[in-house]
Design a protein. Sequence first.
Length: 424
Amino acid sequence: MKILVVGSGGREHALAWKLAQSERVQTIFVAPGNGGTVQDPRLKNIALTDSVALADFVEKEQISLTVVGPEVPLAAGIVNVFRERGLKIFGPSKEAAQLESSKDFAKSFMQRHAIPTAEYKTFSDLAAAHEYIAQKGAPIVIKADGLAAGKGVVVAMSLEEAHGAVDMMLSDNKLGDAGARVVIEEFLAGEEASFIVMVDGKNILPLATSQDHKRLMDNDEGPNTGGMGAYSPAPIVTPQLHARVMREIIVPTVQGMAKDGIVFTGFLYAGLMIDDHGNPKTLEFNCRMGDPETQPIMARLKTDLVHVMEHAVNGTLDTVELEWDRRTAMGVVMAAAGYPDTPRKGDVITGIPPETPESVTFHAGTALADGKLTVTGGRVLCVVGLGDTVKLAQKHAYEVVEKIHFNGAQYRRDIGWRAMNKKH
Ligand code: AMP
Ligand code: GLY
């Protein structure tokens, strides 16, 4: 059979890599793909991004199943376009994707269905927003309502920063329409975890737990990024906490969406903040898998992903059991010079070793031209190491990272530190 993966990042490379391991697969198309997917003989890049053009391609090539990686095509309605034409696709409809594409939608949904989250208020009026901040004090969190490619959240530690963030979004329109409304919410302290499940409309299948590192530099310093590294499993998510998150957050979300008349299908990602007493609250929802969480999660998945996806689009996820590699997988992101603000393109990448049972390198912002692999975007590679302990997984990842070279490469040297502190 043929499969289409939509997207061009490390997440999509990892999904396509895992799907390609199925014996039932003939070709996996990746649209548009990157310099890693183009080098894998089982994968084929196609230079299409428009939903209608992709649906035409799927019909012409008789592709059985489409999996969507990023939020932008989901929020734009690619699933609606495919379903109208009777094509099988795994992801949420445009309406269901609002859980990610509108922070105000997600917050009012959580409030309506009593799902634990930070207290909040939504504003489009500048003066009212400033007044609310003055009344609540700092620290406080300002979020653009719409999709802002990771730039829409300001965790303001001071009042000055908070007022500045509101001005940036509501008055200077720095984020365009995405920032025309802002959610202002209570600051939550604690440790974050990524909780990702697959939903077929009714049944919920949790994936292995994971945690990522949002800040650019070691010790969680520097600016927020899309994620500088991630690992699976996340020791903070104990079996007890897992059960509680399912009961208090995930199940009420899936049932609440259905009650509201918007059936959710696709990957559902709850970004959690877990306080010192082990109580989880929802920071945000994503309607897709995480990047870079997908890379270590896929490296650990033993079950045939094609089989899982077929059940996911047919509404029979209740019959699927996932098998995981018991080892820890540690993904270290290598980013371009200047990332996250002004990533430099064009640097030549060398030294990527072939995959081994202990490591695999997924590409993101790369392209292959004239036999040369070059940097084309912010996050360039995600090197995943596997090992029986957190420490060993980390060692295997960094041994590979040190072999790879491109000018100005930025990477953290402490990916996995929280897991390391918990386990040893
Ligand atoms: P979000 O896109 O909503 O997950 O926000 C991006 C990052 O901002 C999160 O991963 C957290 O690190 C941080 N953040 C978001 N909301 C809060 C909050 N209410 N309290 C503290 N930190 C937050
Ligand atoms: N790694 C965070 C995200 O995918 O949103």
